[in-house]
Write a protein that binds this ligand. Structure first.
Ligand code: HEC
Ligand code: HEC
Length: 234
């Protein structure tokens, strides 16, 4: 019995040592770039609280991953993602069902300089804005979300919603619109996931194709993917 423990500990320590080395290297790399990534315990904690990728739900580390989560927490200069987003989030059909996300929704943003741009959600309901897609984006922002009847084919409105208040400075919609998937960062006072309909039965009545807005079905068939909002098409 007293023999087993040191052995176990030795194995554990070897693991911990290589993890430490990895963390030290990552921190050194971060320092070289003038970033404070792995040295900020609050940031590291917030990232690790999100938990691991869920490959059973979506293709990991892809544009379809982590729906509803605060994208820019990781996609920022603090890392861990390499790519940075100035704005990103996920649109859901209803208030409670985490598995029904809206593909080809139009997310319109108007910044403090009155510059307006529109972005389209992918087949898992995610949208994201890279810095070069909205140069000089200036907070506060006004946002709205629209889904048309058959995006790209029949762009008459199915549902439109506008957020009444401004977004003061936060790049992740999911920071405030925490989803109901048991994420550890839930908060009371959250407006809930961004949804088109306020009740799930209203969504049921639409008779959406089963599984269509669920990460397992992503990427979607190319002919169903809409790349631009109606106003951006020539
Ligand atoms: C827990 C951290 C984390 C969260 C939260 C997160 N990502 Fe990522 N994401 C990553 C990492 C790490 C990669 C791997 C590639 C990289 O480093 O950029 C990645 C990759 C990606 C990629 C492919 C690389 C690229 O730039 O084209 C996209 C797109 C993306 N994520 C979008 C999102 C969106 C949208 C959200 C929110 C709905 C999100 N991510 C949430 C960490 C995260
Ligand atoms: C700083 C917190 C915060 C952030 C960040 C945020 N929201 Fe909101 N959002 C709210 C609150 C609070 C409400 C409810 C009151 C209101 O409409 O202003 C809301 C409501 C909404 C509504 C519903 C309005 C209605 O019809 O009832 C939509 C749509 C919306 N937000 C979209 C977004 C999108 C898209 C993003 C990211 C680009 C985003 N929000 C980011 C706080 C936030």
């Amino acid at each position: 019995m007293s023999n087993a423990r040191p052995d176990n500990r030795a194995t554990k320590q070897a693991g911990t040592a290589s993890l430490r080395l990895f963390v030290a290297l990552a921190a050194a790399a971060g320092l070289g770039l003038g970033s404070s990534c792995s040295l900020n315990p609050v940031h590291s904690r917030a990232v690790s609280d999100l938990g691991p990728e869920r490959p059973e739900d979506y293709p990991p580390e892809s544009e379809f991953h982590r729906p509803g989560e605060p994208c820019a927490l990781c996609h920022s200069s603090d890392g861990p993602a390499d790519s940075k987003f100035v704005l990103a989030g996920t649109i859901f059909w209803g208030p409670d069902n985490y598995l029904r996300r809206v593909d080809n929704a139009y997310v319109r943003v108007k910044d403090a300089n009155k510059v307006e741009k529109c972005f389209v959600t992918n087949c898992n309901g995610n949208f994201f804005v890279r810095p070069e897609q909205f140069p000089r984006l200036t907070f506060p922002l006004l946002v709205s979300v629209e889904r048309t009847k058959a995006p790209g084919r029949d762009d008459s409105s199915l549902k439109f919603r506008r957020m009444n208040s401004h977004i003061g400075r936060e790049a992740s919609c999911g920071r405030c619109h925490l989803n109901l998937d048991g994420q550890s960062i839930r908060d009371f006072g959250s407006p809930g996931q961004i949804r088109l309909y306020d009740a799930e039965p209203e969504v049921d009545a639409l008779q959406l194709p089963p599984n269509v807005n669920n990460g397992q079905a992503c990427p979607a068939a190319p002919e169903t993917v809409v790349l631009q909002c109606p106003e951006d098409r020539q």
